[in-house]
Design a protein around this ligand. Structure first.
Ligand code: FAD
Length: 518
């Protein structure tokens, strides 16, 4: 059984590709909890790796997609690029010296995930093409029954939902969309046989994806219309910059240097929570840079006015691009900011009555960001469903636990730090936190672990109070907001995140030991 106290720092990195922290493998303790992890994206892969490395062997990962990687498997649209430097957007336990670019493409990131899953022996625990449709807690047995799409049932002591945030595509409710004669494709379900070269293309949506796909498709299309009702601020960055080969060679041959670079980037990124939380010169400098990017990128005052957002830079998920302004100011693309009224068999009609004839419609319209583990049906203690528990929007204790759902945890659940703190780091911290609980279970100290409503309320009150001065709370409308108006992000700094996930606080939980736990 691994002693938590003997673990080294979870974020350590080593050039040999060894574990980022547990530093120990082997037997997890007296009884081996049966663990079902749902989702094989960053959160699920991290969880599977950390827990199996800590000795928890009875673990299966369910993934409805045909490959691991989550977002990076499901999204295969042209132009997909990560906006976080690759030397940071990687697992602490699996450093990759060989990224081809400073900001890697989606396909390179996906190859990396597949490689990590294979190298760390995770593939034989992952069941691909396997959707969990229901998870039901059995009050008497204290176990979960996870039902798969084909009707198979798995019994588990713990269910860990690593089901993602940006995973269920949002299809806009535009009159006539179904009547369109040509292909309609959502960017998260890209049809790889679709050839847009020489076609007239409509792109709907202005987030990172819309901006990326416009830049990628316009050069070969016969004409591209970007329907951008709410333009967003864009930070210019040279996104195609290669990672120099000498850098890769140095990182490969000097793992210590690689560790230093990773730690340096992680340390430097700690500035992001500060920027979003505090209206200081740093925030204003980034906002000024966004305005400068627009001014330099778009010389025509009329077009610039049309591309000027009404809200503050950084208030939404920040878009980064090195090519959008160049594309939209070229003859290859047209900007349309009028709202769409309807779609006909051969085009898009805007509110001003103009008809825009197109051959292909690309929906870059994002995701139902507050579904989390849904549409899977989840029923906890006393028949409480997740829909009832989350009637007023998704809420959890420290991103991980939900009152009424014993022995069920989430990784990158509600209030995760999208865009402000490394999600790989957050996943690793959460997985180590869960390992601490599982060890207690393994030692027979506890059978049923359920966070209290009080601790959850207290955490959420703190979140609400801390949201006050954040830039997200300056009046823009974004997918960060739940239906009930709460902001579904992490308003604290990284040190707070690390502290909250350092060790479970038993006072915040109802803990039960059954006479006969099984
Ligand atoms: C197009 C796009 C680009 C992005 N770019 C960036 C970026 O540049 N920088 C950044 O920091 N973040 C970016 N993100 C955010 C991204 O979501 C996170 O960085 C990260 O990939 C999330 O990982 P995850 O494991 O939590 O979720 P996901 O990657 O969504 O993985 C969840 C997995 O769970 C599976 N799943 C869900 N429900 C079930 C079920 N019932 N049964 C079985 N399997 C299930 C899904 O199929 C999915 O594979 C981007 C997101 C998108 C959509």
């Amino acid at each position: 059984m691994s002693d938590p106290e003997s673990m080294s720092d979870p974020e350590s990195i080593s050039g040999t590709g060894s574990i980022s922290g547990t530093g120990v493998t082997g037997d997890a303790g007296g009884r081996d909890p049966r663990i079902v992890v749902i989702g094989a994206g960053i959160a699920g892969l991290t969880t599977a790796h950390v827990l199996t490395d800590a000795g928890f062997e009875d673990l299966v990962v369910l993934e409805r997609g045909s490959d691991v990687g989550g977002v990076w498997h499901h999204n295969r649209y042209p132009g997909l690029t990560c906006d976080v430097p690759s030397q940071l957007y990687q697992f602490g336990f699996a450093p990759n010296p060989d990224w081809s670019k400073i900001w890697a493409s989606g396909s390179e990131i996906q190859r990396y995930h597949r490689d990590v899953a294979e190298r760390f022996g995770l593939m034989n625990r992952i069941r691909l093409n396997t959707e969990a449709t229901a998870a039901d807690f059995d009050d008497d047995a204290g176990t979960w029954t996870v039902t798969l799409a084909d009707g198979e049932e798995l019994i588990a002591d713990f269910v860990i939902c690593a089901t993602g945030v940006l995973t269920n595509p949002q299809i806009p409710d535009i009159p006539g969309l179904d009547d369109f004669d040509g292909p309609v494709v959502h960017t998260a379900r890209w049809d790889e046989s679709l050839d847009t070269a020489g076609k007239r293309v409509a792109v709907i949506g202005t987030g990172s994806t819309g901006v990326q796909v416009v830049s990628a498709l316009a050069p070969t299309a016969a004409g591209l219309v970007h329907f951008a009702r709410t333009p967003q601020w864009i930070l210019w960055a040279p996104m195609r910059l290669p990672q120099p080969r000498i850098v890769a060679a140095a990182l490969r041959s000097m793992p210590g240097l690689h560790a230093l670079v990773y730690r340096g980037l992680l340390g430097a990124s700690a500035i992001l929570p500060d920027i979003v939380r505090n209206d200081t010169w740093r925030r204003r400098a980034v906002q000024a840079y966004a305005r400068l990017s627009l001014r330099v990128g778009v010389r025509d005052p009329e077009l610039r006015a049309a591309l000027t957002p009404r809200d503050q830079p950084l208030c939404k998920r920040q878009v980064v691009s090195g090519s959008y302004y160049r594309t939209i100011t070229s003859s290859a693309a047209d900007l349309v900011t009028d709202p769409i009224r309807e779609i006909t068999a051969d085009g898009v009609v805007t509110a001003d009555g103009r008809v825009h004839p197109v051959d292909v419609i690309v929906l870059a319209t994002g995701f139902r960001a507050h579904d989390y583990m849904r549409p899977m049906s989840v029923t906890g203690r006393d028949g409480l469903t997740i829909d009832e528990a989350w009637r007023d929007g998704p809420r959890a204790y420290r991103m991980t636990a939900i009152p009424g759902f014993p022995n069920l945890f989430t990784v990158l659940g509600p209030n995760s730090p999208t865009g402000s703190i490394s999600l790989q780091h957050t996943s690793e911290r959460t997985a180590h936190y869960l390992a601490s609980w599982l060890r207690r279970f393994a030692r027979g100290e506890v059978d049923r672990i359920e966070v209290t409503a009080e601790a959850t309320d207290e955490f959420n009150d703190d979140v609400r109070a801390a949201m006050g001065p954040t830039v997200w709370n300056t009046g823009c409308n974004s997918w960060y907001f739940s239906e009930s108006g709460t902001i579904d992000l992490w308003p604290f700094d990284r040190a707070t995140l690390d502290r909250m996930l350092a060790e479970p606080d038993p006072q915040h939980f109802h803990l039960t030991v059954a006479a006969d736990p099984r």
